[in-house]
Each structure stands twice: as structure tokens, then as C-alpha cells.
Design a protein around this ligand. Sequence first.
Ligand SMILES: CC(C)(COP(=O)(O)OP(=O)(O)OC[C@H]1O[C@@H](n2cnc3c(N)ncnc32)[C@H](O)[C@@H]1OP(=O)(O)O)[C@@H](O)C(=O)NCCC(=O)NCCS
Length: 147
Amino acid sequence: MSCDNFPTCLILIIDNKVIGHCKISLVPKLNGSCFIESVVIDSEYRYRGLGSILLRGTEDYVLTKNIKSIYLATKGQEQFYQKNGYYNCEPIDLWDCRAVSKPIDVIRKKYTHKEKCSGPPPPPLPNLFSFKKSKITTSKTYMVKHL
Ligand SMILES: CC(C)(COP(=O)(O)OP(=O)(O)OC[C@H]1O[C@@H](n2cnc3c(N)ncnc32)[C@H](O)[C@@H]1OP(=O)(O)O)[C@@H](O)C(=O)NCCC(=O)NCCS
């Protein structure tokens, strides 16, 4: 494990060789949930059950942190995850836009304060909140396992 806090990475070591890796991040808007990515087993060691062992280890680890749901997105490895108890779900929003609301408000105020500005007005800021409202479209399959 790379550190005690999230995001963190777990590695699988066999005979002093790192042969597997998995990154775990919290999902800010879903309490007790995490997202796993970069799940990989060294190509020479695949199809021996080690990927499944890595997932088991990941599940055991997150349970110790009171995480009860694991989400992921995959393209092509659905069968592997199904075999390990994961099932298809709706895409989830991995970013919490609320975290940036205050700084954007501050920036808006700064640039609309006309008395102190000279020269042409700055271009309008992108409306990041429209991303929050828009439906997530993705070619990946989102999956979840409730522990
Ligand atoms: C996905 C991965 C981690 C699986 O590791 P592994 O050690 O081979 O997994 P296991 O041996 O525990 O399980 C293999 C099972 O997964 C499935 N599977 C694994 N890779 C697959 C593939 N490329 N296509 C279809 N099924 C696959 C098989 O159904 C197999 O089941 P079986 O044992 O009944 O034949 C590994 O193939 C890998 O590192 N792939 C490249 C990186 C990657 O795509 N990671 C997933 C990112 S979402």
C-alpha cells in the first residue's frame, strides 16, 4: 500500500517482484464508496487467478476503512469483474463540483468589479456547473460490488 489515506495504491508482490497494481480513490459524493482503476497484472502472470486475488485483497483492505461499495469503469474486462462479483451500474460522477464553487464565485466577483478594471473585459468564464448537470456519456462499462 502506498499510503494510509486515499487515493492509495495496492501492489501484489510475488518472489520480491511486483506483479500487480490497483489504485483506490474515494468517490466524494458517495459515502462509503471507492473507485478502483489501473487494475493490472503483469502479462506473464495472467490467467492464474492472481487478478482475482488482487481484487480480494483490495476488497479486504477497503472494508477495514469502512468502505462498502467498490465502483470501476472498464472496457473489455467485464467478464473478469463479473466473475469476481461485480455487476453493471449507471456511470457515476467521480468529481464533486461543489468543491470548486467558492473559488469560482470569488473569481466572478473579481472580474465583474468594473471600477478597478481598465482595458477590454475578460472573456466569460466557462460554466463548470453545466458539466455537473449534464448526463455522463461514456463508452466504458461502469460496474459496482457492494461488499
Ligand atoms: C484484467 C486482469 C487484471 C486479470 O488478471 P488475471 O490475473 O488474468 O485474472 P484471473 O486469472 O484472476 O481471472 C481471469 C479471468 O478473467 C477473465 N479475463 C481476464 N482477462 C480477460 C480478457 N482479456 N478477456 C476476457 N476475459 C478475461 C477470464 O474470464 C478469466 O476467467 P477464467 O479463469 O474462468 O478463464 C489482467 O488481464 C490485466 O492486467 N489486463 C490488462 C489490464 C487491464 O485491462 N486491466 C483492467 C482495467 S479495468
